[in-house]
Design a protein around this ligand. Structure first.
Ligand SMILES: *[C@@H]1O[C@H](CO)[C@@H](O)[C@H](O)[C@H]1NC(C)=O
Ligand SMILES: *[C@@H]1O[C@H](CO)[C@@H](O)[C@H](O)[C@H]1NC(C)=O
Ligand SMILES: *[C@@H]1O[C@H](CO)[C@@H](O)[C@H](O)[C@H]1NC(C)=O
Ligand SMILES: *[C@@H]1O[C@H](CO)[C@@H](O)[C@H](O)[C@H]1NC(C)=O
Length: 809
């Protein structure tokens, strides 16, 4: 028998030339019925990414590594990358096309010195580029570790794209206070108005950490030395300028870092995430804090989730920050990526912070050590004027420069660099938490996307295993109830490697990624992977994509076209696509009223029937065959009537027949749907699956689409539906949800069951009794076991994540 369609619900079947499959919407639909909402995502392997033409890679030079320092220049259309002993300039259109490279190794003398100092020649005694900043219209400022002897220079890149200049000036400057000595350490730097702000370590031993301002016309300035209240073994991840008012005199520099908790701040050793602030126009103190910042303040950034035992789980290891601009340049939204410090508990989280909350903390109480136990308490005394941390400007009082600050202000600032209150994330909790996975987040960039029903922030999160997660945050009802939908998970490097740099070009609509082994480039959207049906496109909920009538493609808010179908907020294909579907079916000479649905014995099936009018009542009739009399179906244990259709649990062979869905409105009755249900028994299903496998095996590989194999989806689904212990949709959804985790257990269970049945059979045979049913059952299990094994081998499996939706059936 040729099985040509399997329909469960109207929009969940798919006909393909080399077989047929169930589309994603089917799972979603079934599960949303039982109060779940599926979050669907498709992991893409490296090979698939390459094959689909969605990934361009630069595999790195044999004598280089650590492609960690990125500078995106959208105007010139270039990505400048700093690595070990080299600087590259890539074409943003295609990084593998015409790139330029400069070799800038440390001198042999420096390398020898580095080796004599006990450092590893191959891993540490090279020039690792750590700073790449725009200096003026024609030059970049570039610094490297210089084999434990930091060096800086100027890199000529030309004024216009067509200049195609890429040349390092021979003149080399001392890089102390700009680049670290040790390549393992990070530097967060920013060059503004000819001055370089850098959070780094400034000595060979990697102990003297500071925030420096160098270059420019002023005397270099730094944080107080050897004072753990100021900085305590920090690791810097970002520097940003954020204006405080419309007056540039109030401009502040914010630094993001993690460091050891201050003495007495925490029992035992702990890491805290911090945000630090400085005034751009700080020139240091006059008598005290000479050439030191007088406006430095820091506050703790909290990102935690409440634990079941009442103790919060803190994500303290700040890894990366991204500032999402808003209409108000004074108030960007801060996205931060954290991991946990624990060796046992591996977890990552993303938290969002508002500038309002940050400013409130910096205007709040200073942390002060006092009392019998010498603890940190909020400072209650008189705060000198002008309040420490305020920039000298006309806006807030008559000081022109920090050199004019009263001594008591400088003295206070010196002993009170930390704020008492921490900064809590927006909504007091992370927007994403990932704990039961074997990877951690490393990087984040965020894109603002205009969609039909509003604006969405799409996050691209890099991991330590070379994958990118694309996540959209969707308000469920309000901003206080966000739902995170994982849209895609993609492998972007040949082998597992931590993603250390990430840049997003809105102009090119591309993402650029750096790791130890190379650089990769991928598009922000790949709408074509969401399948070939409106419902799939809609359910994908990718704000970049919409159904344009023929395919899932990039959505442009400007080109308003009525036919575009998109529903990010609800991902509801019924409202978006149902009329299209009727169209398609009519055009295809098929009437909506006649459908054949195949169900598998002992599993559940769902006959969808959704009257257009909300007021219409539906009722169902059954007839065994055409000329048989019709009888009304009443809800009972096995037949459940829902607003969307009829759910039949534990299908029996005798349920085969014709089902009529009737709508009644104002006494007017209309037949909406006629479904012929055919219940397939397990034996026959095995035959069909077998047939399917043979067909797949004989099909030439190039015939298979490079998008995930639909056949596999279908098989996954069937093996679940056919699971002998799954009698309700609820259990089915539960199963889908926990599948990945349960996979191994499930396998073990099946092996056990097969063994038990075999044993029973043997025993019965020994007793001279042959139970044909037991035999058949064991065979069925064996086949399932085979499927599970094959699925594991399958080159791409999808993972479905479920979340309880607020609505119930
Ligand atoms: C590394 O190898 C490339 C050729 O692949 C060469 O152009 C470059 O000069 C070498 N760099 C160093 C530092 O030796
Ligand atoms: C990028 O350039 C390489 C080398 O010229 C080419 O093989 C590849 O197809 C290009 N990729 C894209 C997406 O343009
Ligand atoms: C940019 O700075 C470099 C290095 O100091 C200098 O040689 C060059 O003339 C400057 N270019 C412009 C346009 O000011
Ligand atoms: C279906 O369930 C019934 C009752 O539990 C059982 O007797 C029968 O063997 C099952 N059929 C299959 C094919 O598993």
């Amino acid at each position: 028998m040729q099985l040509d369609s399997l329909i469960i619900g109207s929009q969940c079947w798919h006909y393909l030339p080399n077989g047929f499959s169930l589309s994603v919407s089917c799972l979603s639909f079934l599960c949303s019925l039982s109060g779940y909402h599926i979050i669907l995502f498709l992991p893409f392997s490296f090979a698939e990414m390459l094959a689909s033409n969605n990934l361009v890679t630069f595999d790195g030079l044999a004598n280089s590594s650590a492609y960690h320092t990125f500078l995106l220049d959208e105007e010139k259309g270039r990505l400048v990358v700093g690595a070990k002993d080299h600087i590259f300039s890539f074409n943003l259109l295609n990084i593998s096309k015409d790139y330029a490279q400069i070799s800038w190794p440390a001198s042999p003398t420096r390398r020898d010195e580095c080796k004599w100092a006990g450092k590893d020649l191959s891993r540490e005694c090279s020039n690792f580029i750590k700073v790449l900043q725009p200096f003026n219209q024609t030059h970049l400022y570039v610094c490297g570790t210089g084999a434990f002897h930091p060096v800086c220079s100027y890199l000529e890149v030309g004024k216009k794209p067509e200049d195609s200049v890429f040349r390092l000036e021979p003149h080399v400057e001392n890089g102390r206070g700009k680049s670290p000595y040790d390549p393992k350490l990070l530097t967060a730097s920013m060059l503004i108005d000819g001055e370089l702000y850098a959070g780094t370590s400034a000595d060979f031993m990697g102990r003297d950490f500071a925030i420096f301002r160098t270059l420019g016309k002023h005397h270099p300035i730094r944080t107080e030395q050897h004072d753990s209240r100021w900085l305590n073994d920090p690791r810097f991840v970002g520097v940003h300028l954020i204006p405080e008012s419309d007056n540039p005199e109030d401009d502040k520099i914010y630094l993001f870092f993690r460091e050891n908790a201050m003495d007495g701040e925490h029992v035992g050793k702990a890491t805290h995430a911090r945000i630090g602030q400085l005034c751009k126009n700080d020139l240091g103190g006059h008598r005290s804090l000479v050439n030191k910042w007088t406006t430095f303040l820091k506050a703790r950034l909290i990102c935690s989730v409440p634990g079941s035992n009442g103790i919060d789980t803190h994500f303290d290891e700040l890894q990366d920050v991204f500032l999402m601009s808003t209409k108000d340049p004074k108030s960007p939204v801060i996205y931060a990526v954290f991991t946990t410090s624990s060796n046992i508990f591996k977890g990552s989280a993303v938290c969002m912070y508002s500038m309002t909350d940050i400013r409130r903390v910096f205007l709040g109480p200073y942390a002060h050590r006092d009392g019998p136990n010498y603890q940190w308490v909020p400072f209650q005394g008189r705060v000198p004027y002008p309040r420490p941390g305020t920039c000298p400007s006309k806006t807030f009082g008559g000081f022109d420069t920090t050199k004019d600050l009263p001594d008591e202000v400088v003295t206070f600032a010196r002993s009170h660099p930390a704020m008492f209150n921490p900064v809590y994330p927006i909504n007091n909790r992370p927007i994403i938490v990932k704990t039961d996975v074997d990877y951690q987040f490393t990087q984040i960039v965020v894109d603002k996307v205009e969609a039909e029903d509003g604006q969405y922030d799409v996050m691209f999160i890099g991991t330590d295993i070379g994958t990118i997660l694309k996540v959209v945050s969707i308000p469920r009802g309000s901003w206080h109830d966000l739902e995170e939908v994982l849209l895609e998970e993609m492998t972007v490097f040949r082998e597992p490697t931590a993603i250390k740099a990430m840049e997003l070009s809105t102009k090119q609509q591309q993402l650029y990624l750096g790791s130890d082994i190379g650089v990769s480039q991928m598009p922000l959207h790949r709408c074509e992977v969401y399948g070939k049906a409106c419902a799939e496109c809609c359910l994908a909920r990718d704000p970049y994509c919409a159904w344009d009538g023929t395919e899932c493609s990039r959505y442009f808010p400007m080109a308003k076209r009525r036919t575009r179908r998109q529903d990010i907020r609800n991902g509801d294909p019924l409202t978006q696509c149902s009329d299209l579907q009727h169209h398609d079916e009519l055009n295809g000479q098929m009437t909506l009223l006649d459908k054949t649905v195949y169900g598998v014995e002992n599993s559940s099936t769902f006959l969808e029937c959704n009257p257009k009018s909300q007021r219409a009542l539906t009722y169902w009739q059954y007839q065994r065959s055409f000329d048989d009399h019709k009888q009304e179906i009443r809800s009972d244990e096995r037949f459940i009537r829902t607003e969307q259709g009829l759910l039949i649990r534990t299908l029996h062979k005798k349920d085969s027949g014709i089902y009529l869905c009737q709508a009644v409105e104002h006494g007017f009755m209309q037949t909406l749907l006629k479904v012929t249900l055919e219940v397939i028994d397990t034996n026959r299903l095995e035959e069909l699956l077998h047939h399917d496998e043979e067909a797949a095996a004989s099909a030439p590989a190039q015939d298979l689409p490079s998008t995930p194999s639909h056949k596999l989806w279908y098989r996954d689904f069937l093996s679940l539906v056919n699971h002998p212990t799954l009698n309700s949709v609820d259990e089915f959804c539960e199963q889908v949800w926990k599948r990945e985790r349960k996979h191994r257990k499930q396998k073990a269970h099946l092996v056990q069951q097969v063994q038990i049945h075999q044993q029973q059979q043997q025993q019965q045979q020994q007793k001279g009794v042959v139970n044909p049913h037991t035999h058949m059952h064991a065979q069925g299990l064996a086949a399932k076991w085979k499927h599970l094994q094959e699925r594991q081998k399958g080159r791409n499996r999808r993972t479905h994540e479920l979340e309880r939706a607020p609505r119930s059936v």
